[in-house]
Design a protein around this ligand. Structure first.
Ligand code: CP
Length: 332
């Protein structure tokens, strides 16, 4: 494996093997596996878990890492092709990424969606352009419509907790003061379908996931013996649910139009997950969220602080998942 940019690039056996490797590495025993190896991290956007787990994973395997936040102690980087660079950016990624890649053995990049043009974000134009600038092993640390490291950790979390492979996985939209990217919902819905689950996307009108994202997940479900559908009915979606995976995202009916998005979401503040949402779910139904989460806007305290919540288990699993990905990329 030379790149980890999309879980959909992996065969099912490769994912299962990565998960087995993550379980082995989390038990310790290979503290020098990546001795002498260096991971370069390029973060165009903020992070807590992805940044810390990537650096901790390298350290736990005997390697080291450096991190660049463009514009914060380093040059601001331009990503647009053919830009006339008379603004804040002093350097283009066409020079910056090859330079960084020369200093390390693998590179991780986080670059969120621009959030203006849906087709451009769906095509991963910015991330793919940067990926083409290096042939070093590459990790997608969250791009416009993907977050494969989160997806791998979430799959492991469900395995750890004994969530049935064919169980019902409900991905629910939740309220947030502004439009957030599609990366996590797209990755989560694909991951659960790939795992073979009965996947239901619960979202209000105007917030349907784009057809390209649904179709990709539908193909994964078909291959794994799972299913995928969407609804705006909370009662119908949550009946018998084994997992409620909560995520906030922007209105897709008016993608890139912040004012129209704000008008749509203004009436949806009741999409804050409360204990009552679980009334007809399976008794052991788990609450998942990738974090960060805003308390009492997306999810109420009573749910986040309840035994249903496995958000800390998800966050913990970012570390063994990251160790497995790095081990695969740098030991082959
Ligand atoms: N879930 C996740 O990617 O968290 P961070 O944005 O803190 O890295």
């Amino acid at each position: 494996m030379k790149r980890f940019v999309d879980l959909a690039d992996c065969e099912r056996e490769q994912v299962l093997s990565l998960l087995e490797l993550a379980r082995r590495l989390e038990r310790g025993g290979e503290p020098r596996a990546l001795a002498g190896k260096i991971l370069g991290l390029l973060f165009f956007n903020p992070s807590l878990r992805t940044l810390a787990s990537s650096q901790a994973a390298m350290a736990r395997l005997g390697g080291s890492s450096f991190v660049i936040h463009p514009g914060q102690g380093s040059w601001q980087l331009e990503t647009r092709d053919h830009a006339v660079m008379d603004g804040a950016a002093a350097e283009h990624v066409r020079e910056g990424i090859p330079a960084l890649a020369a200093y390390c053995d693998a590179l991780g990049i986080r670059a969120f969606a621009a959030g203006k043009h849906l087709q451009s974000d769906l095509a991963e134009v910015t991330f793919n352009a940067m990926a083409s600038l290096t042939d070093k092993p590459l990790i997608n640390l969250e791009s416009a419509v993907n977050h494969p490291c989160q997806a791998l950790a979430d799959w492991k979390t469900m395995d750890d907790l004994g969530v049935p492979r064919g169980g019902r996985f409900v991905l629910s939209w939740a309220w947030h003061p502004r439009a957030l990217p599609l990366a996590v919902p797209a990755a989560a819905v694909h991951m659960a379908a790939f795992r073979g689950m009965e996947v239901v996307v619960l979202r209000p009108e105007g917030f349907a996931l784009p057809p390209a994202i649904m179709e990709r997940a539908r193909r994964a479900a078909a291959a794994a013996g799972g299913s995928l559908r969407e609804t705006a009915s909370r009662d119908e979606a949550l009946e018998g649910a084994d997992v409620l995976y909560v995520k906030e995202w922007g209105a897709t009916d008016c993608y890139g139009d912040a004012a129209a998005d704000a008008r749509l979401r203004a009436a949806l503040t009741d999409w804050c997950v409360r204990a009552g949402w679980f009334a007809h779910a399976a008794p052991e139904c788990r609450l998942m969220h990738c974090l960060p989460v805003r308390r009492n806007t997306a999810i109420a305290d009573e749910v986040l602080d309840s035994p249903r919540s496995v958000v800390q288990r998800q966050a913990y699993n970012r570390l063994p998942a990251q160790m497995a990905v790095l081990y695969q990329l740098l030991r082959d």
